[in-house]
Design a protein around this ligand. Sequence first.
Ligand SMILES: [Ca+2]
Ligand SMILES: [Ca+2]
Length: 303
Amino acid sequence: MATRTIILAAAAVLLLGVTLYFVLDAGDTVPAIRACPLQIEERSQHPGMVWIPGGTFEMGGDVYPEEGPRRTVSVDGFWMDRTEVTNADFATFVKETNYVTVAERASNPGAAVFVMPSGDADLSTAAAWWRYVKGANWKHPGGPDTSIEGRDHFPVTALAYEDVAAYAKWKGRALPTEAQWEWAARAGAPYTDDNPQPKDANTWQGVFPLINTSDDGFAGIAPVGCFKPNAYGLNDMIGNVWEWTVDTYAGHTPKAHVIKGGSYLCAANYCLRYRPQARQPQEADLGTSHLGFRTVLNAPGPN
Ligand SMILES: [Ca+2]
Ligand SMILES: [Ca+2]
């Protein structure tokens, strides 16, 4: 009898545990931090990279003036990082080289940080939601009181152009040209004037910059690889963080580079830049909290 009672009690405890597990798990649909391991068998001869076949396409778009004119461009095949470069990747670089980033060594060290404005702020300019924060850098992307602890798989941010160029050189790689980046993001899709907000990307749902409903699961930056890859197997080309390219932005003073892809701050009511054709200038020596990068390798294709 006693044995039977113990068995029943143990079964009850087990049942309660299983029930609690599923209840808690079901309620945890929008965790603040979650790992998104990439479910891709690693067969690449360049680990972490995918081969992007060469081709000819119509580059540019018509939504914003800076995207035009549309023109025919050819790109040779190349290798590209499947994801944005992560904090862990960049930490390895810093550990091995003792590299100090621009945001850490500037005369006024810091970086630009997005801060959601209050409802009564003057929203006529981006100055309402961007702050130059002293002490912000890749290890403290929101300012000195923030950290990247537990965020190894998040994209690294707050880097200036020379920082990302130094990382690429250390890896024996390059930064993508704008044409390489746009071709890879298009992934063979035809040009279209239809520009719906993408479902498979970390963007902004709601009314930017005041209401962020996070319908995609992330109010801020997501770990890399949480969203479905494009047809070439690349994650987060659109959204999450903007990405540096090697191309300078013509006619911009001070010197700027073209950045691509939009970020988690792109919303349908404000910035339709969650498209491969979108482009913006970014001051070369200023890191920001919505900008990262990935590298390319200009080398022969798969064996
Ligand atoms: Ca989001
Ligand atoms: Ca991106």
